[in-house]
Write a protein that binds this ligand. Structure first.
Ligand code: FPP
Length: 245
């Protein structure tokens, strides 16, 4: 893919997308191309992610949601699942060091039910540890699936109706939003997917309703800050109408 040279000056700093979603795809292929185990691709992916978070934070992006493990990823070989879980655990544990005091707020979104106690405890610690930071909010989508998220919201709203807390006729899209993992956060403006695949794979189906989609053939471990800047530049040069004219 052809990338025009972009630098921070060419990006309009007043129109930075508030919320970016990232489907970090291609770790396995990256490793295969090098004759390495898939786990090496995931490690390289975690390294690539650090640089992207730093860049997004510096550019003034307020929220970034990264798809780290989907509700469907349990179908992978146990060895790979275990590797990914350990990588995530390490990432959460070293959050302070990894993101070198960069003021990042870390949150995990997704169902905690199937996660190990160790990961759940670490999530609570990391969220607590970073909650007063004032920089970018990084949502790590971990055991996340948008259908599960929306189904859960429906269930919670039904409970509220049953308990008389909510009147059926007062339910709006805001009611639904308030029951999503991203409650209180702006919707996704820009969705990036790497590795040449062009699908949503059950990622933030509600929140990406009006997102601009940006695809690249780059495999995730090769994704660099200059590619993020290119995506933002392209985003700023598209006409968003939100259904209007
Ligand atoms: C998809 O590539 C990627 C994943 C399922 C995992 C994403 C995880 C990381 C980038 C690393 C850890 C993240 C954090 C937050 C520390 P794939 O394995 O499906 O690649 P393939 O399509 O080439 O096989």
């Amino acid at each position: 893919m052809f990338f025009k040279k972009q630098n921070k000056q060419e990006i309009d700093m007043l129109r930075i997308p508030k919320h970016i979603g990232v489907i970090m795809d291609g770790n396995g292929r990256w490793a295969k191309k090098r004759g390495l185990p898939r786990s090496a691709g995931h490690s390289a992916g975690a390294d690539a992610l650090k640089k992207i978070i730093t860049e997004a934070n510096n550019l003034g992006v307020k929220y970034i949601t990264v798809y780290a493990f989907s509700t469907e990823n349990w179908k992978r070989p146990k060895e790979e699942v275990d590797y990914l879980m350990n990588l995530l655990l390490d990432y959460l544990r070293n959050a302070e060091k990894t993101l070198s005091g960069e003021n990042v707020v870390i949150r995990a979104i997704g169902s905690r039910k199937e996660l190990s106690q160790e990961i759940c405890d670490q999530i609570v610690k990391t969220e607590e540890f970073t909650k007063n930071n004032t920089g970018i909010v990084m949502n790590i989508a971990l055991n996340y699936g948008a259908r599960e998220e929306i189904t859960n919201a429906v269930r919670e709203i039904c409970k509220d109706v049953k308990n008389g807390k909510t009147d059926i006729d007062s339910i709006t899209d805001k009611t639904v939003e308030n029951h999503l993992y991203t409650k209180g956060q702006p919707e996704v403006d820009l969705l990036i997917r790497t590795s040449g695949e062009q699908r949503l794979s059950n990622f933030m189906l509600w929140q990406v309703s009006y997102a601009e989609m940006w695809f690249t053939n780059k495999l995730w471990p090769d994704f660099r800050p200059k590619h993020l800047r290119q995506a933002i530049y392209d985003f700023q040069n598209r006409g968003r109408r939100f259904g209007g004219i």
